[in-house]
Design a protein around this ligand. Structure first.
Ligand code: SF4
Length: 379
C-alpha cells in the first residue's frame, strides 16, 4: 500500500522530540489506546509498546483490551489485518506506515491461490481430501480462502499441532500449505511426511510445475514462498559457528530452509527461541537464526547471566518492512488519533486497516478454528 509522505513537522523531528510527543499522546489517550510491538521491531518503538509478542498473541491481547478503541499495531500489514479480524466492532486498528508489508505474505496473491485451488480440485485423485492451511503470515484474503474451503490458519508455534489434527483425523488428507514452503516442509517432515510426498507449487509456472503423477501420491502441496529474512541463514554459517566453538547451541526459526533446520540443535518460533534462551544455563553460547532486533535484545538481556547470544549470520538479518515503522510515523499517527478525539469531524482517521466484512467473516473462521483447536495461550 502507498504511504503518503509525512507532513514537514514530523519528517524533521529529532529523536528526543519524537519521544516527547509520543509520550505525551500516550498519556493523553491513556486506556483508549493500546500499542502493540512485534518482536522484530526496533528498540525505539518497543519502548512504547504496551504489549510485545508474535502477531497472533498481540492480536488476541488487543481484542482482550476492550477499553482500547484504538489499536496501534507496530508490525506489518497482515498483522494489523489479523487484529482487525479478531478485535471487537468498536475497536479500530492502525498501522503507523501502511507500506510496511511482508514479502512472504505478498508471495501468495489471492488470484493465484484461487487458481491453484481450482487446478488441484481437477487433478487430485481425491479432491474432497484437500484442506488449505495458511500460516498466519498471509493476507486476510488468503485466510478467508482457507476459511471458505474448510481449512484453517496456523502459527509457527502450533503448525505441528494443526498437522497432527488433520492427519490423525484422516491420514488421506492432502494439505495445501500457504505461503511459506519452509515452515510447511520442516513441520510436515517432523510429523513424518517424507520429502517425496511433498510437492512444491510454483504460482508462476503452468499447473504450478507439479506433474499429475506427483500429485497422485502427495500428502502436502507447498506454496513456493519464503521469508526474505530467514532465507539468509545458511549451513555454512552453522559449520563456521561450530568450528569456532564446538559447544555452541544453534537455534533457528522454522522459516529457515530445510537444510539449516536439519543442522540446527533447536528449531522453533520466536516465542520458543525466547523461552529456550531465557531458560539456558549460565556460561552457554548461542547463535540464533532469526531477525536481528530480537537477537540483539536477547543478547543484552542475557549478558547479565553470562549467556552469550549472537546472530547466526554476520550480516544483520533485518525485516526491512517492519523497519519502516519508526518514531516519526508513530508520532504522526498518534497525533492524528489525539486530534481526532478533540475534533472528530475535522480530523478523519489516517492509516486505519479495515478488512471488508465478507473477507473478515471467512478469515475469522480460519483463525477461530486454529485458536479453538490449539488453545493458543495468551499471557
Ligand atoms: S520477518 Fe519475514 S515473514 Fe516476518 S514480517 Fe518480515 S518478511 Fe514477513
Amino acid at each position: 500500500m502507498y504511504q503518503p509522505p509525512l507532513p514537514e513537522k514530523f519528517n524533521h523531528l529529532f529523536q528526543a522530540e519524537a519521544v516527547e510527543l509520543i509520550s505525551f499522546y500516550k498519556q493523553q489517550l491513556a486506556e483508549r489506546m493500546v500499542i502493540l510491538g512485534h518482536h522484530y521491531q526496533r528498540d525505539d518503538i518497543i519502548q512504547f509498546a504496551d504489549f510485545t509478542g508474535d502477531s497472533l498473541k498481540l492480536s488476541q491481547l488487543a481484542a482482550r483490551e476492550k477499553d482500547a478503541e484504538f489499536i496501534v499495531f507496530c508490525g506489518v500489514h497482515f498483522m494489523a489485518e489479523s487484529a482487525d479480524i479478531l478485535s471487537a466492532e468498536h475497536q479500530k486498528v492502525f498501522l503507523p506506515d501502511v507500506s510496511a508489508g511482508c514479502s512472504m505474505a505478498d508471495m501468495a496473491e489471492i488470484d493465484q491461490v484461487e487458481q491453484c485451488g481450482e487446478i488441484l480440485q481437477q487433478q487430485l485423485p481425491h479432491p474432497e481430501k484437500l484442506i488449505p492451511v495458511t500460516y498466519i503470515n498471509s493476507s486476510a484474503a488468503v485466510k478467508a480462502f482457507c476459511g471458505r474451503h474448510n481449512g484453517l490458519c496456523c502459527t509457527s508455534s502450533n503448525c505441528l499441532a494443526v498437522f497432527e489434527f488433520l492427519w490423525q483425523r484422516d491420514p488421506k488428507t492432502v494439505v495445501l500449505f500457504l505461503p511459506d514452503e519452509h515452515l510447511g516442509r520442516n513441520t510436515a517432515y517432523r510429523y513424518g511426511i517424507t520429502l517425496d510426498d511433498m510437492a512444491l507449487w510454483d504460482p508462476y509456472e503452468p499447473s504450478g510445475a507439479v506433474a499429475a503423477e506427483q500429485l497422485a501420491h502427495s500428502r502436502m502441496v507447498l506454496w513456493k514462498g519464503f521469508c526474505s529474512v530467514h532465507q539468509e541463514f545458511t549451513c555454512e554459517q552453522i559449520h563456521k559457528a561450530r568450528g569456532e566453538d564446538p559447544d555452541v547451541n544453534v537455534i533457528v526459526h522454522p522459516e529457515c530452509c530445510f537444510e539449516v533446520a536439519q543442522l540446527a540443535d533447536y528449531v522453533g518460533s520466536t516465542e520458543y527461541i525466547i523461552k529456550t534462551i531465557r531458560a539456558a544455563r549460565p556460561g552457554t553460547n548461542w547463535v540464533v537464526g532469526t531477525e536481528i532486533n530480537l537477537v540483539n535484545r536477547l543478547a543484552r538481556e542475557m549478558k547479565q547471566r553470562n549467556i552469550k547470544v549472537r546472530s547466526l549470520s554476520e550480516c544483520p538479518c533485518l525485516c526491512e518492512t517492519m523497519y519502516r515503522i519508526d518514531l516519526p510515523h508513530l508520532a504522526w499517527l498518534l497525533d492524528n488519533l489525539y486530534q481526532h478525539c478533540l475534533a472528530p469531524d475535522k480530523n478523519p482517521f489516517v492509516n486505519q486497516i479495515i478488512v471488508d466484512e465478507v473477507t473478515k467473516r471467512y478469515a475469522h473462521q480460519a483463525l477461530a478454528k486454529m485458536i479453538q483447536l490449539t488453545a493458543v495461550p495468551v499471557d
